[in-house]
Structures are given as structure tokens and as C-alpha cells.
Design a protein around this ligand. Structure first.
Ligand code: GTP
Ligand code: MG
Length: 445
């Protein structure tokens, strides 16, 4: 079960998709027109589907309620790589309202599901779906969750991994973000096997030193490259040879102790600038230590104040399994990493020998070795708590609710979604053995 379907919804999801396709074509030596440039080792089959005459098309679907973002990709550098039915776009976006996204055009929904069905049916070994979206706009959060629900229903054997960009603590781009995120989070918790939590403020923090060195200005393209590195590392085992393998299902079985405790924090190392590419001094130990350093974390949480439930460490390049195991022990000791009391082991290691590759316009240097760490840690609930507090502030005054009610949502939809997220926060407290009676009564509106 090695083949993977990529689903990119809304502006953020599609732009991350554009970068990911660039990364995958470089890693698999596929040209902008879909031709294999070197001999085939078969590694490209996970993400690319043969279309005849030696042409390969990414197994990816791009969906937006408006057309601008899809049009840029349709007419851009990779315009000859895609076939037109991979793009599903309409004429008007959801204007930052989850409910509008959720009510998005039936015609687009049917078209999207047909394209997804075709991709699933033309692969004999499809095993997973990776979806990319932001939770703070309307399309990615609303239309995205609608489509994912349908996929979960129709193709329930696929392992579903979602990369969701959540609102940042200090960088808000929409006043409705708390509502949209709570509604989206509620659905994603129930229908995805693994939810990877990202935020732009954390991604900027990671990219900043590299950008400063190159006088580069922050752009979504740079942030998206960081997310692509994580995704590339997490799927390297499906595609390339290695000594310790990890499949998509293994993330679910190793990281998720209870069905709803499926929200992960990720980090990637090394993050180095171009001047360091000729003096690659990284060691297995140095990248492992960096990957546990909160400053490389792609979401705004403090894992060292929480407890780890389980961690996968995905190594790439020139890494030996015994060096990896020793480095993990060292990191546990140096950072004082604590697991929940009932977790005896806690780490799953994969080692893959294919090095990471970057595009020629990248600010980030390639390296002989790299790591992506994907961790289930109780402090993820601090993020939910922050967003819930913002939700409560708005909802106490019923501010902006009419945009959702006008679309057919009910007052009780707000209460149910908020209650579910409060229950999720309490589940994390239970895991820590800390729930008090007061916490159960999460809020009175
Ligand atoms: N990392 C990253 N964030 C992005 C990108 N594009 C937009 N965002 C963020 O995504 C959030 C908004 O979501 P969008 O994807 O623009 O919204 P949408 O899903 O298209 O929904 P509507 O436009 O409201 O219909 C904001 O926090 C943006 O800062 C991107 O390419 N990369
Ligand atoms: Mg949009």
C-alpha cells in the first residue's frame, strides 16, 4: 500500500501543494512536462501516476471555491505536468466563513469526488491520503472538511494524514479564525488518523535566520518549503530504500493511543543557509538534538512543559540506526524529555538513505542528513485552549455569528463544536492524570 493521493484545498493548501510538487519532481527526477529524466528505480510511483507515452502525472487534486490560486498553478511552471481535471475551482471563495465553505457548490463537490474516485480506482496499491489546508479561511476549513468526511466515508481504508495551518497567536489574518478553526478542528479530530498542526508564526521563526543571511524576504513559498520537507521525510520510506521502514499506517499505530488523541507537533533539522552547504558538519546527534529544540517546532507549543505520548523520528541520508538510537537517548537526557507514565518505550525510528533535495531557488541548503520528528505531546492542548478562549470571547457577544447562521448553521452547532473541543482538552488532561471537576465545566456562555 504505497501509493498516496494528495489533496490541496483553499489558497494555503494549494500553494503548499505547488511547492510539494516541485519538491517531488526534483526528488524523482521528473521534468516539468512529466518525463522521467534518469533511469527509473520505481520510487516515483507513490506520488506519480503513469499517463501513457512515458508521461507521469502527480496523484494530486487541487480544490478552491474561487479560481485565482488554481489558475496560477494551471498557467505556471508546471502547467504541462497536470491534466485539467486535477483542478476543481469555482468563481467565488467562502470569504473566510467556514459555513460558506461547508455549503460550497454541489457541482464542485461532485466534480472533486469524481476526480478523487478516479485517482483511487486507478491505483492498485493506494494506501493513504495527505491533505493540506488552512483552518482560518472558509474554503480549506469548510469545503475541505466536507470533502474529507466524504473520503472517510467512501474510502475508509485510506490512512488520512492532514497538514493543517492553524491561526498564529500574534499573526491573525481573519477575525473569524477562532470560529472556523474550532469547527474545522472538531471535524478533523474525528475523521483524520493523524492531524499535523502548523502555524505561520512558528514557520516564520524557523525561516527567519536563513532569510536574514540571504537578505531574503519572508514569503509563503519559503514557509511552504519547510512544510514540504516534513512531508517528504515522512513519506521517504514509501519511496526509497532504507534500513528502518515506516509506512503511513505506522504513524497511526505508533502515535495514536486513543482515536481522538491524534494531533501532532512536527520539527525538521537541519535548517541551514546556503553558505553552510559546502561545510556540512551535521552529525546524527546534532540534528536529533535540534529536532527536540522548541525553536525548530512548527507549531506554537512548549513540548518540554507537557508530556510526550509517542514520537516518530524519520532520519534521512547518511545515518546509521545505532547512531540514531544513541542520539535519541542523548536528546532524552539533555532535554529531560518526559513521557506519560504509562508509556514504556515511546519512540519509533525510521532510517532512509536518500538525501533530501531542494529546488534551485531555495534559501535552505541541502544536507547529508536530516530528520523530521513527529510527536504526540500533551501540550498541543495549550493551542486548542488559546483558540477556544478567542472563540468564547466572540461567542459570548454572539459577534459575527450571523455570517454562519445565515448559511443555515444553528446556535447549537457552535455549542456542540465548542463542547467537543473542551472534551478534547480534558482528554489531554486525563492523560496527564490532572483533570479536576472545575475543568469539566469548561465554560458558561
Ligand atoms: N503557510 C502558508 N499559509 C498560507 C498560504 N496562503 C494562505 N495562508 C494562510 O492561510 C490562512 C487563510 O487561509 P486561506 O487558505 O487563504 O483561505 P481559504 O481556504 O482559501 O478560504 P477562503 O479564501 O476564505 O474561501 C491565513 O492564515 C493565511 O496567512 C501559504 O501559501 N502558506
Ligand atoms: Mg481562498
Amino acid at each position: 500500500m504505497k501509493d498516496v493521493l494528495l489533496l490541496h484545498v483553499g489558497q494555503c493548501g494549494i500553494q503548499q501543494g505547488a511547492k510539494l510538487i516541485e519538491t517531488l519532481t526534483i526528488e524523482h527526477n521528473i521534468s516539468e512536462t512529466g518525463k522521467l529524466q534518469k533511469g527509473s528505480d520505481g520510487s516515483h510511483f507513490s506520488f506519480f501516476q503513469e499517463q501513457g507515452q512515458g508521461r507521469y502525472v502527480p496523484r494530486a487534486i487541487f480544490i478552491d471555491l474561487e479560481s485565482l490560486v488554481c489558475d496560477r498553478l494551471r498557467g505556471g511552471r508546471f502547467k504541462d505536468l497536470f491534466s485539467q481535471n486535477q483542478f476543481i475551482s469555482g468563481v467565488e471563495d467562502a470569504a473566510n466563513v467556514f459555513a460558506r465553505g461547508r455549503n460550497g457548490s454541489k457541482k464542485l463537490f461532485t466534480k472533486a469526488m469524481n476526480s478523487i474516485r478516479k485517482v483511487v480506482e486507478t491505483s492498485n496499491t493506494i494506501g493513504g491520503l495527505l491533505s493540506f489546508q488552512a483552518s482560518s479561511g472558509g474554503t480549506g476549513s469548510g469545503f475541505g472538511s466536507l470533502i474529507l468526511e466524504e473520503i472517510a466515508d467512501r474510502f475508509n481504508t485510506l490512512t488520512r494524514i492532514a497538514y493543517t495551518t492553524h491561526p498564529s497567536r500574534f499573526m491573525s489574518t481573519s477575525v473569524l479564525a477562532p470560529y472556523n478553526t474550532i469547527f474545522n478542528l472538531n471535524t478533523m479530530t474525528n475523521i483524520c488518523d493523524i492531524n499535523i498542526s502548523l502555524d505561520n508564526q512558528s514557520l516564520y521563526r524557523i525561516a527567519q535566520p536563513v532569510l536574514e543571511f540571504s537578505n531574503g524576504s519572508p514569503s509563503f513559498d519559503t514557509l511552504n518549503e519547510l512544510v514540504c520537507r516534513v512531508c517528504s521525510d515522512m513519506t521517504a520510506s514509501l519511496r526509497f530504500d532504507g534500513e528502518l521502514h515506516i509506512g503511513l499506517q505506522d504513524y497511526k499505530t505508533n502515535l495514536v493511543p486513543y482515536p481522538r488523541i491524534n494531533h501532532m507537533m512536527v520539527s525538521h533539522a537541519p535548517i541551514t543557509n546556503m553558505s553552510e552547504r559546502h561545510f556540512d558538519s551535521t552529525t546524527t546527534e546534532s540534528i536529533t538534538l535540534d529536532s527536540f529544540d522548541p525553536k525548530y517546532l512548527m507549531c506554537d507549543c512548549e513540548p518540554l512543559t507537557g508530556r510526550y505520548i509517542a514520537i516518530t523520528l524519520n532520519y534521512r541520508g547518511d545515518v546509521k540506526p545505532d547512531a540514531a538510537h544513541k542520539a535519541v537517548l542523548k536528546a532524552k537526557e539533555i532535554y529531560g524529555i518526559k513521557f506519560v507514565q504509562w508509556m514504556p518505550t515511546g519512540t519509533k525510528i525510521s532510517v532512509n538513505h536518500e538525501k533530501i533535495k531542494t529546488g534551485f531557488q531555495s534559501f535552505f541548503a541541502e544536507s547529508n542528513k536530516a530528520i523530521t520528528t513527529c510527536a504526540n505531546n500533551t501540550d498541543i492542548s495549550s493551542k486548542f485552549e488559546r483558540i477556544s478562549t478567542q472563540f468564547d470571547m466572540l461567542y459570548k457577544n454572539r459577534a459575527f455569528c450571523h455570517w454562519f447562521l445565515d448559511e443555515g448553521m444553528l446556535e447549537e452547532d457552535f455549542l456542540i463544536a465548542r463542547e467537543q473541543i473542551a472534551a478534547l482538552q480534558n482528554d489531554y488532561k486525563d492523560i496527564l492524570g490532572m483533570t479536576t471537576e472545575d475543568d469539566e465545566d469548561f465554560t458558561t456562555f
